[in-house]
Ligand binder design. Structure first.
Ligand code: SD4
Length: 349
């Protein structure tokens, strides 16, 4: 690439994608791929630790599928994070988890609305590998997990989640981040936290291995204080995750309802199939959501971020509003958090 590593780190917050995109979309010339293999990228700060575990597999020549499972398992186990059993509960006080995984053969598995299971991503992989199905939900997913030897955890809330839930219960406030048809109805707890950060509860990861095979994973507790039974985009193949081994892979975070409505990750991969760089492909999907919500006052409180890699090992991410970041790792000493480029400045905080 010709850019010293230190300079790359500095450029992280300025939007590294601009540089890659600028280079690969040289006017009038054929796009020159500037990718890395192997490579793993994942959403939010928790992606740094998750990438380390994924790199442990990829760096030794391992399979992308193993990397994306083992990577996000780290986040599912982290107690200080918003993914897995330590995450915030639904509005009735239960933690319910969603996860999906997809491999280089176009096979996929997912679980949704599963409770008391520590590693939903591994259950999703078993759905893919050991059942003739793609998706199991709720009590059936839990039963399958136990049959496969997963331990049923106690279901107690983590200390942080208990505190957050008790605080939330005081007002039980449902902010209308989604406009419900014909009313200013109510949907979820605010996506934006009091300090201006986005509330995020998901890790999505996509990787390419030394053989050039792609895989992806996504695991989440969904939205904090969601309606009981609500399922977002993360376990929906094509929405929160999609892999086409001939083209690329994408995953999403943010308000899952908006991602589902546009089959977000499938759309991103289709844009890459048309020749767009991963960052451009993510940008186009973000713009589609913005067009869908044109004139909707809840847009300013809506966040969605996509990340993607292509078959050449190029990567990119894009989000609706400032504040989304993702972790990129492609060597033993390159695992860096990058601020996602965004479409809207958003309201003053
Ligand atoms: C969902 N997309 O359930 C997930 C939530 C999320 O960061 O990404 N939070 O809608």
């Amino acid at each position: 690439m010709g850019i010293p590593r230190r300079r790359l780190l500095q450029l992280g917050t300025l939007g590294l994608g601009t540089i890659f995109t600028g280079k690969t979309f040289a006017a009038g010339s054929k796009r020159v791929a500037t990718g890395h293999k192997p490579l793993v990228i994942s959403t939010w700060e928790a992606g740094i630790n998750a990438n380390k575990a994924a790199w442990n597999v990829l760096g030794k020549g391992g399979r992308a599928l193993d990397a994306v499972e083992q990577g996000v398992m780290v986040t599912e186990s982290e107690n200080n994070c918003c993914v897995g059993l330590a995450a915030n509960p639904d509005r009735d006080g239960f933690v319910t988890l969603d996860a999906s995984i997809m491999n280089e053969h176009g096979n996929c598995g997912s679980v949704a609305f599963i409770e008391k299971i520590k590693h939903p991503i591994s259950v999703a992989r078993m759905v893919m590998e050991k059942t003739p199905h793609v998706m199991l939900v709720g009590a059936g997913a839990q039963q399958f997990a136990m049959e496969q030897g997963f331990k049923l955890e106690d279901g107690n809330l983590s200390d942080d989640a208990k505190k957050a839930y008790e605080e939330w219960l005081k007002k039980s406030e449902y902010k209308p981040t989604i406009n419900i048809e014909n009313s200013k109805g109510t949907a979820f707890a605010p996506l934006r936290l009091a300090n201006g950060d986005w509330n995020h509860d998901t890790i999505g990861m996509v990787a390419i291995d030394t053989k050039g095979n792609l895989s992806g994973s996504c695991t989440t507790s969904g939205m904090a204080f969601k309606m009981r039974g609500r399922v977002g985009d993360s376990p929906i193949i094509g929405a929160g995750l999609f892999v086409d081994n001939e083209v690329g892979a994408a995953t999403a975070t943010g308000l899952g309802e908006e991602v589902i409505k546009i089959c977000g990750c499938h759309l991103v991969v289709q844009y890459m199939a048309q020749g767009l760089h991963p960052e451009e492909a993510c940008k186009k999907a973000v713009e589609k959501i913005i067009r869908n919500k044109k004139g909707d006052p809840t847009l300013k409180d809506t966040q969605v971020g996509f990340i993607a890699i292509n078959k050449q090992g190029e990567y990119g991410g894009y989000c609706i509003q400032k504040g989304f970041n993702y972790a990129v790792c492609y060597s033993d000493d390159y695992n860096v958090l990058i601020d996602g480029k965004y479409a809207m400045q958003g309201p003053a905080l």
